[in-house]
Design a protein around this ligand. Structure first.
Ligand code: COA
Length: 437
């Protein structure tokens, strides 16, 4: 064997093994041959939270967390954010290449013609309580689309998949806007096909009695950039859920709902809402040092800081900071931005954060922009889910087309009781101590 291999000596048996290395990885299944005897199951790896396990091969998104690099299909995020529209980037993420003019026109036209919701779905949304969290409404409504489009279950048919992709990318802003209007008690606004993807979203959110909604071009572009930055982020928690759910050949509506549920947690897409709460709790710039001391003492985390992959400045945070300046020229400066800038300044100079390589992530500034644009914090994660739908669907397609993929099914290290004799109810005098599920 060449030198692209790992030599292993099992000290239990003194047996030697050569495990091939490809792309800087060994195959976990190659370890199964390492046994103490014919009855031994074979060696497994133990990796809670997938800290060092590649679950797939992917050609969609590249991240170098140490250098702070993010690329979709090879293109640097900075160039895409500067030069593209969100739908152009969604096409790139989903289909692998930037569209030419004719392809882009066709794609935009198709997505635009899939923005309407079935009236029964609208009624479904009306059934939520007035104070329902928009993310819960979004997750449930996306799952409910599976009942409207039963043909979506043909996941191995590429034509059917393309149709569901158009439906999901098209309808996501409509559902998101309806959840928002619902929470405000306002009538839903139908999509306007004359408008761009983000302008139409703003129309469905904020149109009142005017006959035609006019989006502020600077705010529409800022939202489009934010959507580009959120389109995909390789194998994060929600993408992993999308792949895992999709691996059972569940339809893409329920799989997307599952991914959105994963996104809703405060350690994932819910973090930007938490950042705003944190900035309000701090209240003013002069209270920042005391807050940092509390974080360092382990009383809380600095929300919007730290990342499993980025051990450098999140490149998206840099672009968002730039976009924030444009937005504030329109909306007026927000005092939360001053608190955030002060937090960042102090944290980046502090030994605690330097040692742990904790830098601002995408959520640190996105919430401040969203709020300045008029969004309530409860809808921030919904704003994340809209563009990420393109990424989830790209991951889902890639998984289905990968001949190496099967239904996702991790192993476990069993730590429970060995076999025990059943105890009849009348003989269980002392209640058994509860064990962890
Ligand atoms: N504030 C303060 N300390 C933090 C921190 C934060 N935001 N994030 C991580 N740390 C500390 C941990 O306490 C730990 O310290 P220790 O070594 O003294 O125990 C160390 O940094 C490593 O953190 P760990 O929790 O192992 O990192 P992780 O990769 O598991 O977690 C996150 C990544 C994103 C979940 C985590 O950084 C976090 O909770 N951040 C805040 C939430 C957030 O912004 N999420 C959005 C992600 S895009």
């Amino acid at each position: 064997m060449d030198n692209q291999a790992l030599s292993i000596v099992d000290k239990r048996t003194q047996s030697a093994y050569e495990i091939p290395i490809h792309d800087g990885t060994i195959r976990a299944m190659d370890l199964r041959q390492i046994k103490t005897g014919p009855d031994d199951f074979g060696l497994m790896t133990y990796d809670p939270a997938f800290m060092n396990t590649a679950s797939c091969k992917s050609a969609i998104t590249f991240i170098d967390g140490d250098k702070g690099i993010l690329r979709y299909r090879g293109y640097p995020i900075e160039q895409l954010a500067e030069k593209c529209s969100f739908l152009e980037v969604a096409y790139l993420v989903l289909f692998g290449e930037l569209p030419n003019e004719a392809q882009l026109k066709e794609w935009v036209g198709q997505v635009t013609h899939h923005t309407m919701l079935h009236e029964t779905t609208k009624k479904f949304l009306e059934g939520f309580r007035y104070d329902a969290h928009p993310m819960g409404m979004l997750i449930s409504t996306v799952a409910a689309l599976s009942t409207v489009y039963p043909d979506a279950r043909h996941v191995l048919d590429p034509e059917s998949r393309k149709l569901q992709i158009l439906r999901l990318v098209g309808k996501m802003p409509t559902i998101a806007a309806y959840t928002y209007r619902h929470s405000l008690g306002l009538p839903y606004v139908y999509p306007d096909n004359d408008l761009s993807y983000t302008e139409n979203f703003m129309n469905m959110l904020w149109k009142m009695t005017e006959p035609k909604y006019q989006a502020n071009p600077i705010l529409a572009r800022a939202l489009d950039i934010l959507f580009i930055l959120h389109a995909d982020h390789e194998q994060n928690c929600s993408a992993n859920v999308m792949r895992s759910t999709g691996s059972s050949q569940a339809d893409p509506f329920v799989a997307t709902a599952a991914a959105a549920a994963a996104l809703s947690g405060p350690l994932h897409g819910g973090a930007n809402e938490e950042v705003l709460k944190m900035l309000d709790e701090i209240g003013s710039k002069d209270k920042v040092p005391a807050y940092i001391d509390q974080v360092k003492a382990g009383h809380m985390k600095l929300m919007g800081f730290g990342h499993r992959i980025y051990k450098n400045y999140d490149p998206r945070a840099r672009i968002i900071k730039w976009a924030a300046d444009r937005v504030f020229e329109v909306t007026g400066r927000n005092r939360r931005l001053d608190i955030a800038l002060e937090l960042e300044r102090i944290a980046l100079e502090d030994e605690y954060f330097i040692k742990r390589k904790l830098y601002p992530n995408v959520d640190f500034y996105s919430g401040i922009i969203y709020q300045a644009m008029g969004f309530k914090p409860e809808i921030f994660t919904v704003l994340f889910a809209i563009p990420r739908t393109a990424g989830w669907l790209a991951q889902w397609q890639e998984m289905l087309e990968d001949p190496e993929q099967k239904i996702a099914r991790p192993r476990q290290v069993y730590t429970g009781h060995a076999v025990r004799e059943f105890v009849p109810l009348e003989k269980r005098s002392v209640p058994a101590a509860p064990t962890a599920a």
